[in-house]
Design a protein around this ligand. Structure first.
Ligand code: GTP
Ligand code: MG
Length: 177
């Protein structure tokens, strides 16, 4: 019997472990890569705009996630769909100060939710950069994105600050469990 997608062999405790596939999406500069490494190391890393993707295995309370952090620049968004197969969770990161581009985020969100390969995926929205002055609250972002109209996917919105990690693992990642 071969290894099925989503399972990997743990040589320290010989057994197959189920791994949940997560994609981290959102516009450029939203804080996706910062969140990924905050999850992985509880540290802020210096980031550059992601070209392509980063992938890391993150373990939260013994649950294994394979997290794909995908570059959010305009030119890269058309290839997000190449990452969708077998995705269980979408993490959508929003820069809560970026009022001008919230409409673009909204378009991208609803495009993803309509995609056949994501029909069973749940969505966690991070209202990131809550440390910044005049940022939008999670409630404002939720209203603008009309999240309450989403009936065919599970969703949750969480305010966070990737620089301190506040809201990321406690309120956010725990929702994935
Ligand atoms: N003040 C503040 N800055 C943040 C926060 N999260 C990320 N940043 C900063 O925002 C900038 C962009 O962060 P990245 O994590 O590289 O953004 P990204 O979403 O991965 O961007 P792309 O790879 O281009 O799609 C960096 O300078 C981060 O330090 C936050 O919560 N608060
Ligand atoms: Mg990045």
């Amino acid at each position: 019997m071969g290894i099925q997608p989503g399972k990997f062999w743990d040589s320290s405790q010989p057994q197959y472990i189920w791994e949940h596939k997560v994609i981290i999406v959102g516009l450029d500069n939203a804080g996706k890569t910062t969140i990924l490494y905050q999850f992985l190391m509880n540290e802020v890393v210096h980031t550059s705009p992601t070209i392509g993707s980063n992938v890391e295995e993150i373990v939260v309370k013994n649950t294994h996630f394979l997290m794909w952090d995908i570059g959010g620049q305009d030119s890269l968004r058309s290839s997000w769909n190449t990452y969708y197969t077998n995705t269980e969770f979408i993490i959508l990161v929003v820069d809560s100060t970026d009022r001008e581009r919230l409409s673009v985020t909204k378009e991208e969100l609803y495009r993803m939710l309509a995609h056949e390969d994501l029909r069973n995926a749940a969505v966690l929205i991070f209202a990131n950069k809550q440390d910044k002055k005049r940022c939008m609250s999670a409630a404002e972002i939720s209203k603008y994105l009309t999240l309450s109209s989403i009936k065919d996917h599970q969703w949750h919105i969480q305010a966070c600050c990737a620089l301190t990690g506040e809201g990321a693992e406690d309120g956010g990642a725990e929702w994935l469990l």
